[in-house]
Design a protein around this ligand. Sequence first.
Ligand code: UDP
Ligand code: MN
Length: 329
Amino acid sequence: MILENQEGAYSAITQNLTYRRYTTKRSSKQPGFLRVSWHENKTQLSVSGSVRAQLKRRPLVQTFTSWKAPVIWEGMFDFNLFDQRHAEENSSVALTVFAVGRYLDAYLKTFLTSAEQHFMLGLPVTYYVFTDSPEKVPNITLASQRNIKVIQVQKHARWQDISMMRMRTISEIIESEIRHKFRYVFCFDVDQEFKGRFGSEALGDSVALLHAHYYKLPKAQFTYDRNPKSKAFMETGDFYYHAAIFGGLWQNVKHLVDACYLGIIEDKLNNVEALWHDESHLNKYFWIHKPSKLLSPEYCWDQSISDKRDILVTRLVWAPKHYDTLRSG
Ligand code: UDP
Ligand code: MN
């Protein structure tokens, strides 16, 4: 299904336009082809090649948003170019993950060992693991330039609060530590397993993930918060984003988690809770502050979905959910 007119996106790009951070020029070396370059804060990345070719390689899925942010699908880009640029720019990545209560035993080891095989290989990575039981964090063999830091957090009584309060904890660790050491931050749910490359092509100023269950559905079916009393209330939006993964430059992630946390706290003061908790607030945030890059559901796939035609590579999959035995409160 083509969600947007890709030729329209293409012709907008060919008008030599400058739109937000994105600039394109006709390539003098390859007449008729385009060189795409964009500025990631002070880091300039460029990807040579034909935009038309990139669009044509994945004709059945949406590869650019209306605001010209790319949606990363297998086959669109030569990922080696991203790796080279990020190595030259000394990009570094902090990953945050929470394993509180029974989620630690159930998911953390698989998450971390699979991340070591697939997540941002070749770049310096530190895993910030937040848990109420630091002594139970498994010993994982890490490759060079990769570290793990375990930080104790309290266990909120309700699972909804465990999930929502991540926003505050992430803000605090960015402020106290990540901002001094890393350019990028990626925040992950723990109940997932890496299965394929999840590399530097996913890095960007502000990165959101298309939810596997909603990327093909009409907007009317998106499960945004519809309660006008909640700060997460929205009537319409661009996409339904999945809160299991978000990331970007630390400055932007800090802004995101602060905004979501403020919304969550204001809701608590008003005695309301958004329909899907932190995910509802995240969707509201990305509606107001458009992400600069979207990850396709190849980056977070639910294997129980029967229509897999668009999924050429599964890079990360949902782990089985056993809410009845794992959640508390
Ligand atoms: N979480 C946790 N312990 C809990 C509940 C949640 O550690 O008891 C963390 C964990 O990282 C989890 C995330 O919060 O992946 C979001 O919760 P969950 O995965 O249950 O939400 P869903 O995937 O159903 O939206
Ligand atoms: Mn989850």
